[in-house]
Design a binder for this molecule. Structure first.
Ligand code: H2B
Length: 131
């Protein structure tokens, strides 16, 4: 059987595509909402018409926040897709993801968010995300 055309729809099984592809278009809010169930810890934000994914964590120390970023950076480099990283008030890590090249959300952003969720960062957190 030729399985080459069968691709999983799970975000974590996908890989980000380069953002400079001509055919890349920002998804509308309906399309974004259909993917949100796969990244339930993330919020959909709309800043001046630009949709973004946003999630926050509370880390134990400032240094653990930096370590958090190092782990995310390794993933982002591997995907060729990069989040905005904020370390606010020493122990709040906030990550925003959108596709800068086109000023909106693409599947890349959801893939990156889903893969960030899979990182083992529990040792860095002051409390578990759901607390
Ligand atoms: C060619 C390459 O995909 C682009 O330069 C990438 C790099 N990482 C990126 N990351 C994000 N979030 N948005 C971009 O537009 C972007 N561009």
């Amino acid at each position: 059987m030729d399985t080459s055309r069968i691709s999983s729809t799970r975000l974590t099984d996908k890989k980000c595509v380069p953002c400079n592809l001509k055919e890349l278009r920002p998804m509308n809010e309906d399309a974004a909402r259909t993917l949100m169930p796969q990244v339930t810890e993330w919020n959909l934000a709309n800043e001046d018409g630009v949709m973004k994914l946003r999630r926050s964590w509370t880390v134990k120390t400032f240094n653990k926040g930096l370590e958090f970023f190092r782990r995310v950076a390794a993933l982002a480099e591997n995907e060729g897709h990069h989040p905005d990283l904020h370390l606010v008030g020493w122990n709040n890590v906030t990550i925003e993801i959108w596709t800068h090249a086109i000023g909106g959300l693409t599947e890349n952003d959801f893939i990156l968010a889903a893969k960030i969720d899979k990182l083992d960062v529990l040792d860095l957190l002051r409390r578990k995300p759901s607390d």
